[in-house]
Write a protein that binds this ligand. Structure first.
Ligand code: ADP
Ligand code: ZN
Length: 607
């Protein structure tokens, strides 16, 4: 790259020097121009010895030996005069376009110099010998297999066929089956798409070429396209092999007519080159292109046509069973204590991707190492998870005693409602240690990743959310801002209950567009609604929340003593886990039972 800059500068410098030298040469070699009339006069006086004709341009020597130049408007009338006076004549054809030879080259040289300077970026991207198209040598130490990718049974089955094909292409083509060319892996980031592509290469023991979609998009138009061509040329030489294109949406986005910048052109050229290459190779070249994206919705439909990425495999965020399998794969990399309960970790990490889980295990190992432990314990996992989920524990932040008490009652309120109502997720942990922006936390664990929820489950969720605020109100008889998040969540759930899930009796099972449609945007198919319906929806959402609020207040009033008990335990222990919660509840219920019995006896005695 440096060399090219130097070459460019040298060419510019030499061109400049050339211009100066040429000018000097011209001055030395051209003689004072003689007016044509004077030339004719001297000619007629026989004072001209020689002339050299070049078109109309005349250079010559007079009888005194002086050189001169002049120009004739009409050579044909001059010739007889020259001959009559016995002048020695030489001639040559006029130069092309009348300019000096060197002068014609100068612009060419300037362009060449400039091109060399600019092309330094180009040639940087034109070679695949660098680390751009990394080539993974099969059977090397870090060979990836399907066993390294956990929890993707369905995708694995589909991709097994690709492996078979790479291993044994003849068997497929002999029977006339159409050979797959492209596979599109779609799914959220960190779900193991790259890992899976590597595993296919590893299973089939073929080379693996990878390139990121954003690598293609460069400043200079044409670079991406030439990079694609080179990648394919290189890959074809080493077939059978795999080409992996990460983030294909960077070049494969829809070709929207009239993109704003030149970057759009570049993308289009690159995409076209890719399509040409994919259409170009025949069945004798066993190259399979695997592409990954988390935005399949914005891909150009041309990419998905038969013969291109016609196989699409979705890699979802793992469910609880998938998370357990991924944990099992990654736990082998660390020294874990025997007490580790992987299924509990799996249950407490809903929404985690494979990459998040790998990160969790690494983080837990680091925490254990910091404390010089022999092995990684459950506690380290809990801490690592909290750190990842909510930002670091702010243990050292001093909370005023009053705030601590309010938080303890608030969280106890959530927990008690969750425990006492049916159809709720079991409690995992209640804490008044502040984390991130939250003062405390009541955590429930779903038994499995539910896909559908009953109306009862949903209204109970609202009641649990209200429990915190109500506990504060009952005990301290004042409101704080601590419940703002709860209120927001409750309102959102109630709105969806009415507008999305059609669970309100007054509104009925009709899907309406929601005011705060959230990041998903407006739902397709949802009805826009009139002002009147909006008022109805509003009223209904308010009613649902008000009903939940009242019922929850009655519940907590009724179990006021439990509220005090649990809050006290929280103030002492700060964190209460599921087992301890069970003990608190069990004691309370037993107490309650005893009182009932005593009341009964008392009544009997009176009667
Ligand atoms: P993507 O390409 O989908 O963004 P990656 O393949 O780069 O995700 O995943 C990043 C890392 O996360 C992997 O190297 C691996 O350690 C871990 N990982 C992700 N999914 C899985 C999985 N299903 N099984 C095991 N590890 C996984
Ligand atoms: Zn709360």
């Amino acid at each position: 790259m440096k060399n090219n800059v130097q070459i460019g500068l040298w060419i510019l410098l030499l061109t400049g020097l050339g211009i100066i030298v040429y000018n000097i040469w011209l001055r030395e070699n051209t003689y004072p121009p003689l007016p044509y009339t004077q030339f004719l006069a001297e000619l007629k006086q026989d004072r001209i010895l020689k002339v050299h004709l070049q078109g109309g341009a005349i250079s010559g020597e007079d009888s005194a030996g002086r050189n001169f130049t002049t120009y004739t408007p009409d050579v044909s009338t001059l010739m007889p005069v020259l001959l009559r006076h016995g002048v020695e004549i030489t001639a040559e054809p006029p130069p092309y376009q009348g300019t000096g030879g060197l002068a014609a080259i100068i612009p060419v040289l300037l362009i060449m110099g400039g091109w060399f300077l600019l092309s330094r970026k180009r040639s940087d991207g034109m070679s695949f010998t660098g680390n751009r198209g990394r080539k993974f040598i099969p059977n090397s130490g870090n060979k990836v297999t399907f066993d390294d990718v956990a929890g993707i049974a369905e995708a694995r089955q589909e991709l097994q066929e690709v492996v078979e094909f790479l291993k044994n292409p003849d068997r497929f083509s002999r029977l006339g089956g159409r050979i797959p060319k492209g596979v599109l892996l779609q799914g959220p980031p960190g779900t193991g798409k790259t890992l899976l592509a590597k595993a296919i290469a590893g299973e089939a023991s073929v080379p693996f070429y990878s390139i990121g979609g954003s690598d293609f998009v460069e400043m200079f138009v044409g670079v991406g396209a030439s990079r694609v061509r080179e990648l394919f040329t290189e890959a074809k030489k080493n077939a059978p092999c795999i080409i992996f294109i990460d983030e294909i949406d960077a070049i494969g986005g829809k070709r929207s007519g009239g993109t704003s910048s030149g970057g759009g052109d570049e993308r289009e050229q690159t995409l076209n080159a890719l399509l040409v290459e994919m259409d170009g190779f025949g069945s004798e070249e066993t190259v399979i292109v695997i592409a990954a994206t988390n935005r399949p919705d914005i891909l150009d439909p041309a990419l998905l046509r038969p013969g291109r990425f016609d196989r699409q495999v979705t890699i979802p965020i793992p469910d609880v069973k998938g998370r357990l399998k991924i944990l099992e794969v990654h736990i082998k990399k660390i020294k874990a204590a025997k007490s580790i309960n992987l299924s509990e970790i799996a249950r407490s990490t809903p929404g985690f991707s494979g990459a998040d889980i790998a990160n969790l295990i690494n983080e837990a190992a680091l925490m254990a190492a910091r404390q010089n432990k022999e092995a990684v314990e459950m506690e380290d996992f809990d801490n690592a998870k909290d750190k990842i989920v909510m930002g670091l524990e702010r243990k050292n932040v001093v909370m005023s005693e009053e705030n601590r008490r309010i938080t303890a009652y608030h969280e106890a309120g959530h927990a008690i409602v969750a425990k006492l109502l049916p159809e709720t997720d079991p409690l995992h942990k209640v804490t008044i240690i502040p984390r991130g922006r939250a003062m405390g936390l009541t955590q429930q664990l779903p038994i499995d990743d539910r896909l559908t929820y009953s109306r009862e489950y949903i209204t109970n969720r609202i009641k649990i959310l209200m429990g915190g605020r109500i506990a504060e109100e009952l005990i301290f008889n004042r409101l704080t801002t601590g419940a703002s998040n709860d209120i927001l969540s409750a309102t959102e759930i109630a709105t969806r209950l009415v507008c999305e899930w059609g669970m309100s009796e007054t509104i009925g099972p009709v899907a309406y567009m929601q005011e705060q449609a959230g990041f998903l945007g407006t739902q397709a198919g949802a009805r826009p609604h009139s002002e009147r319906t909006a008022i109805l929806i509003d009223r209904e959402v308010k009613r649902i929340i008000a009903d939940c609020y009242d019922e929850t207040r009655n519940l907590l009033r009724q179990h006021n003593r439990l509220l005090h008990q649990l809050a006290e335990v929280l103030l002492v222990n700060e964190t209460v886990d599921a087992e301890e919660l069970d003990i608190v509840f069990h004691c309370y219920l037993k107490e309650l039972q005893k009182e009932e019995d005593m009341k009964k006896q008392h009544r009997c005695a009176i009667a």
